[in-house]
Design a protein around this ligand. Structure first.
Ligand SMILES: [Zn+2]
Length: 52
């Protein structure tokens, strides 16, 4: 079984918004949502977590 070495676990369906919206971090379109239901790439959210 493959595990993520670091970062967030976004395998849950709640992180898929269905439509593409501008990422709140980088402004590029993404179908993903963060824990607060905001459009965000996984890597962008991870970077935001790391720099918090
Ligand atoms: Zn992004």
């Amino acid at each position: 079984m493959k595990t993520t070495p670091r970062g967030l676990n976004w395998r849950d369906a709640k992180h898929w918004g269905g439509t593409r919206k501008p990422c709140i971090h980088c402004g590029r379109a993404t179908p993903l949502r963060d824990d607060h239901d905001r459009p965000a790439h996984k890597v962008c959210a991870e970077n935001a977590e790391a720099t918090r």
